[in-house]
Ligand binder design. Structure first.
Ligand code: MN
Length: 203
């Protein structure tokens, strides 16, 4: 996976490629504003404040996630998770389906795209508390769905992360309140499968 390097010792708030009102009704502009502009920004500021003089100073975000502990690991993990999350969306598309080699592998490993979506939403809906549901590839290229608690990322298990849904309440509560499965199902319309397929094809 591509390494995210600090610039002049600091990580920057990622910039997404859509406008904040384009993802509704899956995600409202208000939720994007808080989620990206407040929650993610806080993780970025927290990590940047911890780096000077630490063993992780100058390391990539991915290296920090693999080697740090405690608050540094939690903030770095949340930046990596949110960067991948906000990068993978685009304006809603009807009949939005995977592209490229990834589409074939999803059919092979899960039986069908519909079966994959059902298993993925079930994993997200049943994750207790805060965390993330992920689609990743293992070392053999086989696809796996994992539930990761809090700030964890599949790279900590040696997996290559491809797609994620955030099930922390801050990701959906303004728009969907307690209806987490409805929010997760709505996200399928806004997944940019070209981004996800590129992550799969990346060596
Ligand atoms: Mn979040």
């Amino acid at each position: 996976m591509k390494q995210t390097m600090p610039i002049d010792g600091k990580f920057e708030l990622m910039i997404y490629s859509y406008s904040p009102d384009e993802l509704a009704p899956a995600i409202s502009a208000e939720t994007i504003g808080y989620h990206h502009g407040k929650h993610l920004l806080t993780y970025v500021n927290n990590l940047n404040a911890m780096l000077p003089g630490s063993p992780q100073e100058g390391k990539s975000l991915e290296e920090i996630v693999l080697n740090a502990q405690g608050g540094m690991l939690n903030n770095a993990g949340q930046i990596l998770n949110h960067n991948m999350y906000f990068e993978q969306f685009r304006a809603p598309v009807e009949n939005n389906v995977p592209t490229g080699r990834l589409a074939l592998v999803i059919d092979h490993d899960f039986g069908s795209f519909e079966a994959f979506k059902e298993a993925f939403v079930k994993a997200g809906a049943t994750l207790f508390g805060s965390g993330w549901v992920w689609l990743s590839a293992n070392a053999e290229g086989k696809l796996v769905i994992t539930q990761e608690p809090n700030a964890a990322n599949p790279i900590q298990k040696g997996l290559r992360p491809l797609l994620t849904m955030d099930v922390w309440e801050h990701a959906y509560y303004l728009d969907y309140q307690n209806r987490r499965p409805d929010h997760l199902n709505a996200l399928w319309q806004i997944i940019d499968w070209d981004v996800v397929a590129a992550r799969y094809d990346e060596v």
